[in-house]
Ligand binder design. Sequence first.
Ligand code: HEC
Length: 135
Amino acid sequence: MKILMSALAVTMLFSGNIAAAQDAAAGEKVFKKCKACHKIGEGAKNTVGPALNNIVGQPIGSVEGYKYSKAMKAANEAGLVWDEASIAEYIADPKAYMIKALDDPKAKPKMTFKLKDEQKAKDVSAYVASFSSTD
Ligand code: HEC
């Protein structure tokens, strides 16, 4: 029984990875929209927005050398941490996300871009997450 259970767990893990890989591949195309302001991958530097390597599993607003808005600094101080789901929610509407996360109706993040398409937001988050070491 124990062997069966772990075999099942492995299968589930494996199919999960395949799904994540597909999302990330679709997300790479979506990321073209982000490139105007964000760089990602080896040697990526902060531009209009912070470079997006290694942000999943890290506190909001913690990319070194980037000058964040007050809202992002407040989220950082509040100990909020990015995961794939919260990034998808954030990029759908950064201002609404920050107002909710900080419980502050005046929260005003600097990112003005919105990606309303839920599937695209999820895919691009998976793509961003593929540049983070979360293991
Ligand atoms: C018009 C420029 C612009 C575009 C386009 C844009 N962003 Fe941003 N983004 C910013 C800025 C500026 C910040 C910093 C926000 C702040 O300090 O309030 C930011 C912050 C972020 C953060 C938080 C990073 C951290 O260090 O905590 C994430 C995640 C993010 N953007 C993802 C994306 C994704 C994914 C896309 C494409 C779907 C995208 N952004 C498109 C300007 C942009």
